[in-house]
Structures are given as structure tokens and as C-alpha cells.
Write a protein that binds this ligand. Sequence first.
Ligand code: PLP
Length: 307
Amino acid sequence: MKLELAKKPTPLEKYIFDGKEVWIKRDDMTDFVASGNKIRKLEYLLGEALERKSDVVITCGAIQSNHARATNYLAKRLGMDVILFLKEWYPGRSSGNFLLNHLMGAKIEIVTPNEYEDIDEIMRNRAEELESMGKRVYVIPEGGSNFIGSKGYEDAVFELNKQADLEEFSAIYVATSSAGTYAGILSGVKKLGLKVDVRGVVVHKKPTDVVVEKIKRILSQLGIEDFSGINLLRGFEGKDYAYPEEEDLKMIKYVASESGVILDPVYTAKAFRGMMETMGEREKVIFVHTGGVFGLFAQIQALEGIL
Ligand SMILES: *Cc1c(COP(=O)(O)O)cnc(C)c1O
């Protein structure tokens, strides 16, 4: 069952940056507290949670996880309890998404980066514990990235297809981390028989083949047999996940001053830079703005340097 949670369709807006034609799909405007890309995945995931009559939702992420923030807000509004397993890692704890989660009274459990390696098992164990006490638990993997969540991004492509002639664009760019967004977009493009290239700018250090395997698994679960066209761009991840380079911070400033569009330091700034550095002069492309604005306020110290 799909829930209608996001404000849709999100706008598709034309911009010129540095003489290049970039249309931005404003998925940073899918909501306020639940803004960004995760809400589209959660329309399906929380729909299934409700269908199964779950009373508790468990999910996980980095300390500044946008997915955890969106899940906490939406699942609670739908009447379910939420437990967030967050990885203690990046500084800036009491700010951004973490602050919002606290304000909304989240049940947060901090796990070390080492423990987080086994996060699926940790969540499963907690679910079993709660189920033995009579609860019905729905576990959502990191980033909401499984084939159920990815359906939300097939839908986003169908939505885009109504907003523009996608044959006029050579590529769609999107930030890629847990890769469910990328897989959903590529699946949607394939189901419509479009030729547009889907370029995922990877924002963490995990090996490309691991990301590709996950995308293939999701594609096949979505009924796609042809795995051609998986196009992941590397070299823009910087030092690691959530560590932007100075060029990324400068990109945030440049894009904001040119257009008023606000990128985030963890995902979209890296992806936008990846796009600007790889797109051809004559290409006309779509940038899917996946949100993340609250994460900006967890890195204000780094941003001081480029103001
Ligand atoms: C989670 C997230 C992404 C990456 O989406 P995946 O499906 O995990 O690859 C990109 N941008 C923002 C702002 C996000 O929160």
C-alpha cells in the first residue's frame, strides 16, 4: 500500500549555472520536517508497516541521518512508535537533524561505528525482543533502501515524465549513498524505455562494486533484468561520508548566491560538484535535489570558512 505523504509533484525548475543548463527537480520541497528524498521511499515503507499493523518502526543511520529524521516524524504522525539506532561519528551532535529528532522526542540509541557494521542484526534482535513482548515491529534498513522504498523513486521518474519531455535531457544526476534512490530512478527510466543516462555521484568511500551489487539486487526485485546503464561517478566523495571538501562548501555558497537553492554538505553539494565537473558544455541535464537542508546546520563551523 502506498501512502500519499509528500507534497507532489515537486517543481522542476530551469537554471543556468556557469553557462550550463541544469533543471532541478525540487525534492528538497517534498515537505518541511520530512523534506528530501526519504519521504518518497517512506510512502511505500510506512504503507507496508501500517498494512502489517505494526506499532513500532525501527530504523538506523548516521548521527545526522535525514532518513532517521523523516522516519521519526512520519511514523509517529501515523501513530507508530519509533526507535532510531544512530551511529556516533560526526561532530555536531546537538544540531541539525539530531536536534530535530530530540525536539520531537525520539527514542535514540547510539551505536559505535564498530557496532554499526552489524546494524541489521542489531535491529533484528531488538525487533525480536519487542515482538516477544507482543509488539509488531517493522524494520526499515539504512536510508530506506530496499526495493519497496525504491518504488518511490520509480514514481518520481513517472512524475518527471509528466513534467517534461525527458528525451530532451541527456542525463539525470543524483547523490548516491545507500543507493535506493539511484536504483529507483534507473528502474523508472528503464520501465519508460527512456534513453536518458542516470549518473549517481557517490558520497562515501564504499567500494563501487558493493554499491553496484546493491543496485542490481534492487533492480531485479523491481522486475528489471537488464542491468546496463549503471553509471556511478567516483572522486567526489572527499575525505569520507559527511566530510565535504572546501570546493563542496564553496559550491553551496555559489549555488545559493546564484539561485537561492540551498544544497547540503553531506550529499547534494558533492553531487552538484560532480555534475558541474562531468557534464558536457552542451548537455541539458536534470539534478534531483534530494534535500538535506537541516544537515547544513550541523556543519556551520566548517561553513564559516567560506562565507
Ligand atoms: C539519503 C540521502 C541521499 C542518498 O540517497 P540514497 O538512496 O541513500 O542513495 C541523498 N541526498 C540526501 C539529502 C539524503 O538524505
